[in-house]
Design a protein around this ligand. Structure first.
Ligand SMILES: [Zn+2]
Ligand SMILES: [Zn+2]
Length: 331
């Protein structure tokens, strides 16, 4: 099979020809149709996340069709359309797993990080961590739901019933979550890179009541904010923008250092917290909600072999919505 391989941090991905993997007893073999490109892939590529295996196949927003199953697989059969997210396996035994917090499992393995992911024509995945893809979603449109959507949704839930929500960074996750927010009658204030008028227009088109640069203050106090961009200096900016009792959620897996800030902007019961990974419950909940809204994802397709170009475009902020690698079809 064709695959794009990361040999070591900082290297471009290399196109390679590998053997199709064989599923173990609880795994399914998936013929990949599409795989979303996530900012986390850039953090792995840049060596900012340090527990990756090498050589590695990146990619943790995989949509494909089951073509073969291991002898103990029960949930899926050949022909089923499935999605593979970031959480690839857990131990089921640690105190996090035992208390409904498998996203924090001490021995979790992650797709496209400790396990080979979806920048390839095929992959194997533990059936217990695969999701059924809701009917009616084309493969490409479904791919960004699996991380941008799903971990974004976990972050979104942590804002409680906030009415005025700030989104710092308006990329793949924000463009999905704004649809959930509008559906639930909330107001979204979108912050982009300063001067990114195209991104601001994109946010307004999707229903943002206000859009501006991250160096601007919103016209109203916010009840909560989610920081999707991996930029530490947005933390004090967001804390200053939220009202008393407001929560600021850092949605990414990696962030540049947070500059020191006066206690005063945290005081009055403002809360600063992060989100890590996902639970399978998050995934099931979100994938059931997505078709009800229904969430429409804006995707920019790239052929599998143009993975380096897709990553570069994401890095330079050139993607409106989500970048998705497409396997086995003309685009
Ligand atoms: Zn565990
Ligand atoms: Zn991701």
């Amino acid at each position: 099979m064709r695959a794009m391989i990361l040999d070591a941090p900082g290297q471009p991905l290399r196109e390679a020809d590998l053997l199709i993997p064989t599923p173990s007893s609880e795994q399914v073999l998936i013929r990949i149709c599409a795989c979303g490109v996530c900012r986390t892939d850039l953090h792995v590529l840049d060596g900012e996340l340090t527990h990756a295996k090498f050589p590695l196949i990146l990619g943790h927003q995989i949509v494909g069709t089951v073509v073969e199953v291991g002898d103990r697989v029960e949930k899926f059969k050949p022909g089923d359309r499935v999605g593979v997210p970031w959480l690839g396996s857990t131990c089921n035994q640690c105190r996090y797993c035992q208390t409904g917090r498998e996203n924090l499992c001490d021995r979790a393995k992650f797709t496209g990080y400790n396990l080979d992911g979806g920048y390839a024509e095929y992959t194997v995945a533990d059936e217990h961590f695969c999701f059924s893809i809701p009917e009616g979603y084309p493969d490409l449109q479904a791919a960004p739901l699996l991380c941008a959507g799903l971990i974004g949704y976990r972050s979104y839930k942590m804002t409680g019933d906030a009415e005025r929500l700030g989104f710092y960074g308006f990329g793949a996750a924000a463009h999905i979550l704004i649809q959930v927010a509008c559906y639930q009658g909330r107001q979204v204030y979108a912050f982009t890179r300063p001067g990114d008028t195209q991104g601001q227009q994109f946010a307004r088109d999707l229903g943002a009541v206000w859009a501006g640069g991250s160096d601007q203050s919103p016209p109203q106090e916010l009840d909560a904010a989610i920081i999707f961009a991996p930029v530490g200096k947005l933390v004090p900016a967001a804390l200053q923008a939220v009202a008393k009792g407001g929560v600021v959620v850092c949605a990414g897996i990696h962030m540049s250092d947070i500059p020191s800030f006066p206690y005063q902007i945290l005081w009055e019961e403002r809360i600063l917290r992060s989100v890590a990974n996902l639970t399978r419950k998050d995934g099931e909940e979100f994938l059931a909600l997505a078709p009800q809204i229904p969430i429409r994802t804006e995707v920019q397709p790239f052929p599998l072999t143009a993975a380096n170009q897709a990553l570069d475009s994401l890095r330079s902020g050139k993607i409106n919505g989500a970048a998705v690698l497409v396997v086995d079809r003309e685009i």
